[in-house]
Design a protein around this ligand. Structure first.
Ligand SMILES: [Zn+2]
Ligand SMILES: [Zn+2]
Length: 383
């Protein structure tokens, strides 16, 4: 057995252990304690409880005062697993359906390679963040003093990608994942008998007009060169078959790749809701929140990641377009530049967030080597 086979087996055992015992965001106490104990055994300096259940580990070598951070996420999803795997979740209604079990195991693999083989001069910090899926974990770690207690100048993250062949890496300069904004529009009028619409201020017709009008924000109010997705996903009223509703709630989700576009979508939504409400003599209230910010890769560092990954990947490609999914990693990039990249989970992989999805153990070594190669490339050379 080669060293690399042994490392792969070690990561696979960790990955399957995390997979069997998934934990929801901010509840990753068992995962965090396994992570902390494993890192201490490898000689890393470990701090637990950063932003709730987050873990930060530090390894300094040589004399350079440069520091870079590598990040993994630890949380699972409220999905009932249907993989039938021998290592399937033992917790009802919870599963690792996004591969964060794999991300955690492969960053531990990188921790082992960096501790045993070095190859850098400076400081490597490992960030194991909680609650990625809700977009809250990175903010919690930042609010807990991540940047002042464990300073670093660059940050890197890697996510598995179903459909991308094993051993392949892809990323791009600039926007790679979208912002996610949530909205809820409340229409208030006065309900009444379905036979007497003239006597009430019902909200069904204005609500339908509003759902249609919201579609003009992307098609008629944004520069065609800008990307946004606006989806109305729910329309709820207090009406019944023979009574017109006096209250309606319209909910949905908007995605974009810049703060300017997100602000424009919100402003247009407020203007249109106000206009339709006035036209129908009812009131409209718009609640608009930003759950995820857009993930914007630094162009120079995306290039550096692709160069570093080339040595340990079968193929490295530039993604032609950004994705409309969102990632909490973007919050770290509000503080330092960095790059987020995807590695192949194999062509046979079920999609992320599906009950039959499973992180591919054959991607573990590639992931660990990508993290290690980035750390070595971004710090001065060392023993
Ligand atoms: Zn996910
Ligand atoms: Zn994920």
């Amino acid at each position: 057995m080669t060293d690399r086979d042994e490392l792969t087996g070690w990561m696979r055992a960790l990955r399957r252990d995390f997979h069997r015992q998934p934990e929801f965001g901010f509840e990753e106490s068992r995962t965090a304690s396994v992570v902390a104990e494993t890192l201490r055994d490898l000689g890393w300096e470990v701090t637990t409880g950063v932003g709730g259940t987050g873990v930060v580990a530090t390894l300094a070598r040589g004399r350079s005062n440069r520091a870079i951070a590598l990040r993994a996420d630890m949380d699972a999803l409220r999905i009932t697993e249907a993989t039938g795997a021998a290592w399937a979740s033992t917790r009802d209604g919870l599963m690792h359906a996004c591969g964060h079990d794999g991300h955690t195991a492969m960053l531990l693999g990188a921790a082992r390679l960096l501790a045993r083989e070095g190859g850098f001069d400076g400081t490597v910090r490992l960030i194991f963040q909680p609650a990625e899926e809700w977009g809250q974990g990175a903010l919690a770690m930042l609010a807990d003093g991540l940047m002042t207690r464990f300073p670093f100048q660059e940050v890197y993250g890697v996510h598995n990608m179903p459909g991308l062949p094993l051993g392949h890496l892809e990323t791009r300069a600039g926007a790679i994942m979208s912002a996610e904004d949530l909205f809820e529009i409340t229409l208030t009028g006065q309900g009444g008998h379905a036979s007497m619409p003239h006597a009430v201020r019902e909200v069904m017709v204005p609500a339908c007009a509003l759902v249609t009008a919201l579609q003009t924000i992307v098609s008629r109010r944004l520069d065609p060169g800008q990307i946004a997705v606006l989806s109305v996903t729910e329309l709820l009223t207090d009406g019944t078959r023979n009574a017109l509703p006096g209250h309606a709630r319209i909910l949905g989700d908007a995605r974009s790749f810049s703060a300017e576009v997100s602000a424009r979508v919100e402003a247009e939504m407020r203007r249109i809701a106000e206009g339709i409400a006035t036209q129908h003599g009812i009131a409209a209230q718009v609640d608009y929140t930003r759950e995820f910010v857009p993930l914007i890769n630094d162009a120079e560092l995306a290039d550096a990641v692709m160069q570093a990954a080339a040595g340990v990947s079968d193929q490295v490609t530039t993604r032609p377009t950004p994705m409309t999914g969102s990632e909490d990693f973007a919050r770290f990039l509000d503080h330092v530049p960095g790059c987020f990249a995807f590695i192949g989970n194999g062509e046979g992989s079920a999609p992320l967030h599906s009950p039959t999805y499973d992180f591919n153990d054959a991607a573990l070594l590639h992931g660990a080597q990508v993290h290690t190669a980035i750390a070595r490339a971004r710090l001065p050379e060392g023993a």
